[in-house]
Design a protein around this ligand. Sequence first.
Ligand SMILES: [Zn+2]
Length: 137
Amino acid sequence: MSDKKTKGLWASILGMKCPRCRLGDLFETPTFSFQKSFEMPSRCPHCRQKYVLEPGFYYGAMFISYILSGWFCLGLIGLFMLVLGWSVWTSFGVLLIICAILFVWFFRISRSLYIHIWVKYNPKYSKINEGDSPKDS
Ligand SMILES: [Zn+2]
């Protein structure tokens, strides 16, 4: 019997959920609340998975962020200039505004993607109740 609340891999990454149980939130506040944007709890509130596996763990997420935002910006500038025919100044002005708004989202999605690479989903942890302590955490 599957738990209806448990998400798939991409839903878990995009929803910024714990990679092990896919239920606990990676961040305490919503992305676009712009409050405590860069703070993560030390452990999953649901299964107690550590979110920082080792010191400097999220260093690798910077590269993911760089790649994602780089391709995003190239695509958007291409759309503005080649498809919509906007000028260079208008295109980069709009791009700057969009990137300023999406900055926190890129930061968070990169961390979410990165921790999903290293921590594998374990359905056992989706079934435990919040507050229970799993044996091998
Ligand atoms: Zn969890």
